[in-house]
Write a protein that binds this ligand. Sequence first.
Ligand SMILES: Cc1ncc(COP(=O)(O)O)c(C=O)c1O
Length: 438
Amino acid sequence: MIKELTRSQELLNRRNNVVANGVGVFNTATVKEAKGAIIIDADGNELIDFAGGIGVVNAGHCPEPVVEAIREQAGKYLHTSFNVVTYEPYIELCEELAEILPHGDKTKVMLVSTGAEAVENAIKIARQATKKPAILCFTGAYHGRTMLAMTLTSKVSYKYDCGPFAPEVYRLPFPNFYRYQGERDLDKFVDDELKRLHESALNLVDVKSVAAVIIEPIQGEGGFNPVPKRYLEGLRAFCDEHGIMLIMDEVQSGFCRTGHWASWQHYGVQPDISTYAKSMGSGLPIAAVVGKADVMDAAASGSIGGTYIGSPICCVAALATIKYMKDVNLNQRAVEVGNIIATRLNNLKNECPEIGDVRGIGAMIAMEFVQNGDPRQPNTEICGKIVKGCAENGLIVLSAGTYKNVIRILSPLVITNEQLNTGLSILENEIKKALNKI
Ligand SMILES: Cc1ncc(COP(=O)(O)O)c(C=O)c1O
């Protein structure tokens, strides 16, 4: 007897047939419709979403005011190109971003469509502001897949055979305390890493030629690694000392994920330029470069831009998203969601020594799997099994980390406590199965 394919299997077969293999499949779930934290797949099954379209739907799938704003704008005008004909939603969004993400005395903004594009433009602006070419970035970093962003991205498997890469990019080890602490306490660790930073002026690149340092204050794809506060303060001082622009990439960590508009707001350390995308537009492609006005204005007219920068539909979606985030106090909700996740994962860690670390800020929480309790011995096999088991049992979840040994949670923050706890129970069960504990 021939077994009939489900609609999801059919869809995935069609995908295999026509979509280029290089477009990665992180999860085999499909979607017919989605609302809040729930995805209904092509067969009508309900799935709890702990991936949020890779951190894009902090305000949930299809928030009503956002959908309404898109509908209304679609009836007015779809595109004029902001370079050619000025429209208010672009300006209003820039005003809003300057208000919630102040950089120094006066803040200016430019809008683009994707995170990678925001990073590219941040670098161009920093270079024009300093008239210097070199960029310092970090291991474990992810900044996107366009050629310069891919060069800044650390993980080699994202960029096999894609070179030659952009020149004048230099990389420092990210101060990943969990992985590299060795026998040192946090203070000693940070001292050593700051020393390494200062020594880079002797052994990596002439500090006089460095335009910018780009860092994710809490790494996303790298496995939710928060930079130690004193390191970020030291990095700020290093940049000030040498006239270097400090760029913070908040594409994954921004817009309520950590309980603030940007994770740098936890640290009390201000960037010169910062980048945003993902949850800012609830799924519409909109991204921003925000910076100190004098730095932003250093870019020559016409050197930053593009046909689709700040599409009006995307601008109104972002404005409605931000208003909704304020109305429901999503930053506060992130703290509550994060506490529930952290408590349950830490309890699980007590039962499972294979979980070496549970970490994060706000609701940007992940757990790392290691062997023999050693942070330097990643357990690479386990996460694939967990992601697959969860998908088969109604939960969409993503792995992360250089060694793919991290499970990260990026659920919509509007998730109900009941949905969150159900999702965490599925996750716990699949972890125990993968570890042969049940
Ligand atoms: C920190 C960070 N920067 C940049 C990007 C690239 O964004 P996009 O995929 O929109 O180009 C990402 C995407 O995951 C990211 O996490």
